[in-house]
Design a protein around this ligand. Sequence first.
Ligand code: ATP
Length: 269
Amino acid sequence: MTFSTTSTIPINGEIFYQPQDNEVQLFEYAYAHQLPLLIKGPTGCGKTRFVAHMAEKLGRPLYTVACHDDLTAADLVGRHLIGPNGTYWQDGPLTRAVREGGICYLDEIVEARKDTTVVLHPLADDRRLLPIERTGEELAAAEGFMLVVSYNPGYQNILKGMKASTRQRFVALRLNYPDPLLESQILMAESQIEQDLAVKLIELAGSLRRLDSDLDEVVSTRLLIYAARMMSSGMSPLAVCRCCLAEPLSDDISTVEALMDVARLYFDC
Ligand SMILES: Nc1ncnc2c1ncn2[C@@H]1O[C@H](COP(=O)(O)OP(=O)(O)OP(=O)(O)O)[C@@H](O)[C@H]1O
């Protein structure tokens, strides 16, 4: 089980998030109306950062769970453990968020088994209840509790869609890679890169994203930030393009070389 409170580094006391559109207001409205939120978007487009930023803005504790196909309802809700004085109950991250009025963020919800996600149903509608079978408790969610889930629509297959009865409990919002101007601002905020290099990197990313290739995913904002950090610390731009942009995207040598051919149009040293 992966269970962590957020570890994003605050910038000037706040977790930096550059909005793409009206997502901050939408989140605030959903929170005010106690509605659960579903965020869709490709890998590394800022979903996790957005949720961390909103949790900080709203002053709520954040419990993040990376979902996978072995995740059980007990991993979310809690379990009995054996200690020196016998067995005791330990809340899982979902239960803690429900009790404390926190935000529970389930990343890649489609990876979780359907019998696990069913535990969310009474919490994600107007009942806002978490039945804990093993202790017989039925917990009413505290005032500030909010359930947020995300997934990457590109990774979905027939077996891994969300059940309609689950997805129709959520207000949904789509994020994508930001516009070039916003993305270059993110690069500069997240690394020491100078503006002209940041702009070049974003132009290169645009060309790579438009390539007609067999790649499952295009270059993410996350990879661009890695590249920006490596370039701004003095590494040769082409070496950076290879290790941060081309190799992470493909195992196929000819595809990597095709990506590098594009990189050479922007960086020639
Ligand atoms: N709008 C944004 N504002 C600030 N930083 C951003 C933004 N978008 C992306 N980032 C940066 O990109 C990195 C990756 O974003 P994040 O981890 O939130 O992606 P994600 O969509 O949750 O990815 P995954 O689906 O793979 O978990 C962040 O650590 C942050 O540095």
